[in-house]
Design a protein around this ligand. Structure first.
Ligand SMILES: NC(=O)c1ccc[n+]([C@@H]2O[C@H](COP(=O)([O-])OP(=O)(O)OC[C@H]3O[C@@H](n4cnc5c(N)ncnc54)[C@H](O)[C@@H]3O)[C@@H](O)[C@H]2O)c1
Length: 422
């Protein structure tokens, strides 16, 4: 037990000294990031049932020093049943509070999954003060791609319900226009406009953004959400026909829509945000939220194009979040598992319904909502799988070994391209 505490106290102390105290994903200084690396390495040495990725998923992304320290101490306590009752996370902000609560619940789940020790059940029984979920401020404007159906449509409904105004951007112009009209009729005022825009066509997206700014004067949120399911990139291999068939050019349309399309949306969002003053209500110039997927983290043999594009979104999001962090702009992503929407034919959902493996769309919307208003969350991939929600941690394998060169590469590239802001 004493050894456990010593081993935990050292990394906790190191973690305590993050230079900027910001989200783990956004710790910028080499020293701070190396400190995290070693803290996690030490933590792995503890005889507890959690591995390194669990350590990260326990850590609060918007962490105050206290949360980081609590996390590391908690790991030692997990391995020691005598101390389970003593875990009382000390939380500084409302964002921390909600997320930490979820992580702790997740940690219990993970621990159970791995070793199933009976003493873990009451481990993190703690009281959490009530948490006011951030909301869109009245009159704020959200531009949502793929808003004529599924997640985007449900999100638009929720935001209008909170007093926001929405731009319904979709390649399905008819459904988008019908939905916008319904929203306006219900509200009795213009709370919505629609634009027919294929996200893979730059000019169409540009026209959509121009119309939105012309109509509403600014855009506070952009949700790069439009996407499709896997479209097979290669025909299945048939050894009998292979000799007579030429090598086939792949169909990359999944990546065109899910990656290139979302990057066009991101490019328009970030440039629009940079050109407008911070909002008096939220203090932010704007917030970009991208729809990724759990397949942005986990490989899937059936959907290589989908996985590649969603992983691209996650990594772009984390990189852009670092770049724009000091410009009053946040960049985050939502990464759901399977949700019952129009993305696939109904027959695909049947076995998932039977086995209770679908995630509730309202829980997905809750994760979007955590990023609204004055939330300072940045660089986060908020994930949803059935009833589980977590902030998926960035990969830190061999981070310490790579950081000096990676950081210098950034400095030199900014010099080369003349970016005076970095
Ligand atoms: N449903 C899920 O299980 C699930 C899980 C994880 C992530 N996602 C992601 O959520 C996002 C929304 O999907 P959904 O489940 O709501 O699906 P959906 O099919 O119900 O809605 C997608 C909308 O995007 C629009 N769209 C498709 N291609 C477009 C394009 N090129 N330009 C403009 N609009 C286009 C469609 O017309 C549709 O209205 C996608 O990025 C998807 O990959 C979905």
């Amino acid at each position: 037990m004493i050894a456990s505490f010593i081993l935990t106290a050292i990394p906790a102390f190191i973690a305590h000294n993050f230079e900027d105290g910001g989200p783990f994903a956004n710790v910028r200084s080499t020293r701070g990031r190396i400190a995290i690396h070693f803290a996690l390495k030490f933590s792995r040495g503890l005889r507890n049932p959690l591995n390194m990725s669990s350590v990260l998923s326990l850590s609060c992304p918007n962490a105050s020093y206290t949360s980081a320290t609590t996390t590391l101490f908690a790991l030692a306590l997990i391995g020691n049943k005598d101390y389970r009752a003593q875990i009382r996370p000390s939380i500084s902000t409302s964002d921390d509070r909600a997320l930490l609560e979820e992580y702790f619940e997740g940690a219990v789940g993970l621990a159970k999954l791995r070793v199933n020790p009976p003493h873990l059940t009451p481990l993190f029984r703690h009281t959490t003060p009530s948490y006011n979920m951030p909301e869109i401020y009245p009159g704020e404007v959200a531009y949502i791609t793929g808003a004529a159906s599924g997640i985007g449509k449900a999100l638009a409904l929720r935001l209008v319900g909170q007093g926001g105004r929405v731009v319904i951007a979709d390649v399905n112009g008819e459904a988008g226009a019908k939905f916008a009209t319904e929203l306006n009729e219900k509200a009795g005022s213009v709370v919505s406009i629609s634009v027919k825009a294929d996200t893979t066509v730059w000019e169409e997206q540009l026209a959509g953004f121009q119309l939105a700014v012309e109509t509403f004067k600014r855009i506070d949120y952009v949700f790069a959400n439009a996407g499709v399911a896997e479209r097979p990139w290669l025909p299945p291999f048939d050894p009998a026909a292979a000799a007579s068939r030429p090598l086939t050019k792949p169909n990359l349309s999944t990546a065109d829509i899910n990656l290139t399309g979302q990057l066009y949306t991101a490019a328009l969002a970030l440039q629009t945000f940079e050109r407008q003053e911070p909002s008096e209500q939220s203090g932010f110039r704007g917030k970009l939220i991208m729809t990724a997927s759990v397949f942005g983290f986990f490989p899937t043999r059936a959907m290589p194009m989908y996985a590649a594009s969603k992983a691209g979104i996650v990594h772009f999001m984390r990189s852009a979040a670092e770049y724009y962090a000091d410009k009053n702009i946040t960049v985050n992503a939502i990464a759901p598992n399977l949700i019952d929407t129009g993305i696939a034919p109904d027959v695909l959902f049947v076995p998932f319904r039977e086995q209770n493996l679908l995630s509730d769309i309202q829980l997905v919307l809750d994760q979007f909502q955590k990023l609204l208003g004055n939330s300072t969350l940045n660089g986060q991939a908020l994930s949803i799988s059935q009833a589980n929600v977590w902030a998926h941690p960035p990969d830190t394998y061999k981070l310490a070994e790579n950081l000096p060169a990676c950081d210098l590469i950034s400095v030199e590239i900014f010099k080369l391209f003349g970016d005076k802001t970095k």
